[in-house]
Design a protein around this ligand. Structure first.
Ligand SMILES: *[C@@H]1O[C@H](CO)[C@@H](O)[C@H](O)[C@H]1NC(C)=O
Ligand SMILES: *[C@@H]1O[C@H](CO)[C@@H](O)[C@H](O)[C@H]1NC(C)=O
Ligand SMILES: *[C@@H]1O[C@H](CO)[C@@H](O)[C@H](O)[C@H]1NC(C)=O
Length: 489
């Protein structure tokens, strides 16, 4: 250990005086016999050292070799890695580790920082709370002591709620316990990574309150009673490559009817959920903030037939949501008064469908295009309206088109049809396919007649989504019609 530290000290000094000489350190370390390990340690160590300017003091070369946890070093020269077992946390999950983990978190919070990210957010320089591959039982939410820090990561293990964990708590709670911060946000650039969170049906997994640029990556969150992840206010929480389920199951679970809770609840703006699987919960993703985007999200959380919803957009009249390349697997999408919504390149399996729920009757700026729907020939429509609270009255720029369907009923806002007849009247009924009742904004038609007469003809009636073309004289003719609804007038 002493050898390493001395080597690092030398390295460091060489570095500040110019470009470092790796061969110099190679020599020093190779005398030790564990050259490879030493190099690995050194690289990690060097990285943490070089990120901190306050280390540019000659005192480091004469400071004593630290214990593994470096607790007896002056704070400024400790590495930014807080290994929780050195605070007494029990990696076997048998003993309660709450206080030990909170102490590690508090140390990280109070650790050296340099400058600020957003105003009032002290830059912890990449401080890392390392769970060291252990499973830790906790009886209280893990919370930072106060708001106002950033550039911090917690990673690498499992957190398990104990029997007395508060049912309204979250295992990791990024909220401000005191509002002393001078920042308008609580935290910035907090990374929660490579963690399993087992809520044991006590409360939720992670809450991110009024924070900026939070990253939740490769987490497995199970057994939540309330929410797997709650994001409230703030913006840019990015949830990636993660798995969430209230029950650990892989579909077809006999208890599916009883699944409850919400896997991801986005009550803020500008967040992204990318490549995430939600395998059990009453609601997969609930969104009530603006400008969020979901991509690569696979919801098989609770079948619509059992009362589940894959994605619920509860932001009537200001939806601003993009759902791209998602997989709605027996559970569908609900959108209240959607205004600005794109659902595209997604796959709906098992009669999953999209439901527009009228609140004040708005449906504007909607594109549901290029999706695939697959069902079991029960006549389920791919897009449906819930007008129980009143009809959709303001419908504009709505395009439901170019979706393909197998075993379900196609619904669209654009339709084509043709009819052949011999007489003076041709009628095409588009109501089986058009989404909105009694709404045709645009009609185009052509009459093809092979007889000797050239009749005068006109569009006579478009009510109830039926198009009637009439001619002045009887002729054998085919009539081709294209209709649009929800088109800006
Ligand atoms: C679902 O919950 C009800 C009421 O709590 C219970 O009676 C039933 O046994 C549960 N079903 C399953 C399959 O767990
Ligand atoms: C169309 O109807 C008229 C009068 O009913 C009839 O004379 C004529 O043969 C019909 N033409 C065709 C192509 O069926
Ligand atoms: C148009 O058709 C509807 C029935 O589809 C009918 O009630 C209405 O009277 C018709 N309008 C005209 C002008 O013929």
């Amino acid at each position: 250990m002493i050898m390493i530290i001395m080597g690092l000290a030398s390295l460091f000094i060489v570095h500040v005086s110019g470009e470092n000489s790796l061969s110099f350190d190679h020599q020093k370390l190779s005398t030790d016999g564990h050259y490879h390990d030493q190099m690995q340690n050194m690289k990690a160590f060097k990285h943490s050292l070089l990120t901190r300017r306050q280390l540019v003091t000659p005192t480091i070369s004469s400071s004593p070799a630290p214990a593994p946890q470096a607790m007896n070093q002056p704070p400024a020269s400790r590495p930014h890695v807080y290994e929780v077992t050195s605070y007494g946390a029990d990696p076997t999950g048998k003993l309660d580790s709450t206080e030990a983990l909170l102490k590690a978190i508090t140390d990280a919070f109070n650790g050296p920082s340099e400058g600020f990210l957003m105003k009032g957010i002290a830059n912890l320089g990449g401080a890392y709370i390392n769970l060291q591959g252990g499973n830790y039982r906790i009886s209280k939410p893990l919370r930072l002591p106060a708001a106002g820090v950033g550039n911090l990561m917690i990673s690498g293990g499992t957190l398990t709620a104990s029997d007395d964990f508060p049912t309204d708590g979250y295992l990791i709670d990024l909220s401000a316990s005191s509002s002393s911060s001078s920042s308008s946000y609580n935290y910035e650039y907090i990374t929660i990574k490579d963690l399993m969170l087992d809520c044991r049906y006590r409360g939720g997994g992670i809450s991110v309150i009024n924070s900026l640029r939070t990253s939740i990556d490769n987490c497995y969150i199970a057994h939540f009673n309330t929410e797997g992840i709650l994001v409230q206010d703030g913006h840019e929480t990015y949830i990636r490559n993660s798995f969430l389920g209230q029950h650990i199951t892989a579909g077809g679970d006999p208890g599916e009817r009883n699944f409850s809770g919400t896997a991801i609840n986005l009550m803020g703006n500008d967040n992204a959920v990318t490549d995430v699987v939600i395998f059990s919960a009453a609601i997969g993703v609930m969104i009530s903030g603006q400008a969020n985007t979901l991509s690569g999200v696979h919801c098989y959380n609770k079948a619509t037939g059992f009362g589940g919803t894959g994605i619920y957009l509860k932001l009537p009249s200001l939806t601003q949501t993009r759902i791209l390349n998602c997989y709605l697997d027996y559970s569908g999408i609900v959108a209240e008064d959607p205004v600005q919504l794109t659902i595209s390149s997604s796959f709906f399996l098992g009669d999953a469908y999209i439901l527009f729920k009228s609140v004040k009757g708005l449906a504007k700026g909607i594109n549901i295009v290029d999706n695939m729907f697959s069902g079991s020939n029960k006549g389920i429509e791919i897009v449906q309206l819930d007008q129980s609270k009143g009809p959709f009255k303001q419908i504009d720029q709505v395009v439901v088109d170019r979706n393909n369907v197998n075993g379900m009923n196609l619904k669209a806002t654009v339709a084509k049809g043709s009819v052949q007849g011999n007489g003076t009247s041709w009628t095409i009924d588009f109501s089986p396919v058009l989404l909105f009742p009694n709404l045709i904004d645009h009609v185009q038609y052509s009459v093809s007649s092979s007889g000797t007469l050239f009749p005068s003809h006109a569009l006579r009636n478009v009510s109830e989504n039926r198009v009637v073309i009439e001619s002045d004289v009887a002729v054998p003719a085919s009539v081709f019609v294209t209709v649009n609804q929800g088109v800006s007038s």
